[in-house]
Design a protein around this ligand. Structure first.
Ligand SMILES: Cc1cc2nc3c(=O)[nH]c(=O)nc-3n(C[C@H](O)[C@H](O)[C@H](O)COP(=O)(O)OP(=O)(O)OC[C@H]3O[C@@H](n4cnc5c(N)ncnc54)[C@H](O)[C@@H]3O)c2cc1C
Length: 337
């Protein structure tokens, strides 16, 4: 096989470490490429990042192009766009994927505009299928799936006429595949000649704010909704989360009501999570909330309304007042310990 027509991933690195979303995308690219009977390629841009590439091959990556230069250490739009555009023109992938991170959301549109191709932002799923329009039939097109119209519908977007088909994909939505240690993939250093004009901006200082909430990394999440009733009553959600060794999540309504800060929000406009256990307390289960947690391995819902939509996706449902149920949960768990 050749790298032409591949499924290509922009491999994002931050301070020399490959981002989680890039590994998620390489895993998804492997699935898509298998269906399309083609290769997975990746483009890794940075300074002294080649060693990182070896660890990615086992995710089923056939070739990783590595472009290194001291001035490429951190993302800046102009040189990264130049590299990606040239790599796409040279290798003619049929699909290119980017993480819907700050970097991917900046880079993707620049490349789309340069190549005059489409780009679907913030996808939550990608599939392969056929498409017909008027008299034209398109085989093996990328279905770019994402919530639309305020999350009230899930739209499938196609861009069949121009290649590559490009999408940014939300962090945390694609499952990381199991690495195959013996997978044979190439790491190909690529030399680029840059001029000073390719670096019109310079990063003088980077200020990073430490993340205080790690929803994505937590295997247990206890989330509270507006049904919790008050900021003070969120102490109950914290107590259950800490008892179970988990993190605290929230619905947007709870965030908007000022019960808890936005970095705890789960859902379409919050964080997408897939923990082993998700406990939804006083959350109705609106589609925008479910978009961020429905892939959790086990879901427990506590709600006074037995018709709340959250019960449609919950593996275990408890109809009751969270003020009664949660203390019993905590007591039972402590007794078991
Ligand atoms: C563009 C857009 C993006 C959005 N993004 C998000 C997002 O990222 N995340 C998100 O969560 N929402 C999002 N929303 C909002 C979403 O539509 C819902 O409004 C929100 O999820 C509702 O939050 P909730 O379940 O806490 O509140 P409600 O829907 O009001 O539900 C509260 C639930 O608590 C139950 N309850 C009340 N008292 C108790 C009690 N004592 N014990 C047990 N149960 C009780 C009630 O029966 C009810 O089911 C978005 C909306 C839009 C338009």
């Amino acid at each position: 096989m050749s790298s032409k027509n591949s499924v290509m991933v922009f491999i994002q690195q931050d301070d020399g470490t490959v981002s989680d979303v890039s590994i998620e995308l390489l895993s998804k690219a492997r699935d898509l490429a298998t269906q399309l009977r083609t290769e997975v390629t990746g483009v890794l841009i940075g300074d002294a990042v080649k060693a990182e590439a070896a660890g990615l091959v086992p995710y089923g990556v056939d070739e990783i192009f590595v472009i290194e230069d001291k001035r490429l250490k951190n993302y800046t739009p102009v040189p990264y766009t130049k590299v990606m555009v040239e790599m796409i023109k040279k290798h003619e992938p049929q699909i290119v994927l980017y993480g819907a991170t700050t970097t991917g959301r900046d880079l993707g549109p620049r490349i789309a505009s340069n190549l005059k191709v489409g780009l679907t932002a913030d996808c939550t799923d990608l599939q392969i299928g056929d498409y017909s329009f008027k008299d034209s039939e398109y085989k093996d097109i990328l279905y770019q799936i994402r919530p639309a119209f305020g999350g009230n519908i899930i739209a499938t977007i196609v861009a069949p006429e121009k290649k590559p088909q490009m999408a940014t994909v939300r962090e945390g939505v694609m499952k990381v595949g199991s690495p195959q240690p013996g997978y044979k993939g190439k790491i190909t250093p690529v030399t680029f000649s840059f001029s000073d004009a390719d670096f019109p901006s310079e990063i003088i200082k980077r200020i990073r704010e430490e993340k205080l909430v790690d929803l994505k990394g937590s295997q247990i999440i206890v989330s509270g909704g507006i049904g919790v009733g008050s900021k003070e009553n969120f102490a109950l959600i914290y107590e259950l989360a800490h008892t179970l060794g988990g993190e605290v999540g929230a619905s947007r309504a709870a965030v908007d009501a000022g019960f808890i800060s936005k970095d705890h929000q789960v859902g379409q406009t919050g964080t997408t999570v897939r923990p082993k256990l998700y406990i939804a307390c006083g959350i109705s289960g609106a589609i925008q909330h479910r978009a961020g947690m429905s892939e959790s391995a086990r879901i427990i819902a506590i709600n006074t309304d037995n018709e709340a939509p959250i019960f449609q996706i919950a593996h275990y449902g408890i109809v009751g007042d969270l003020n009664d149920v949660i203390p019993k949960f905590i007591k039972a768990f402590k007794a078991k310990e």
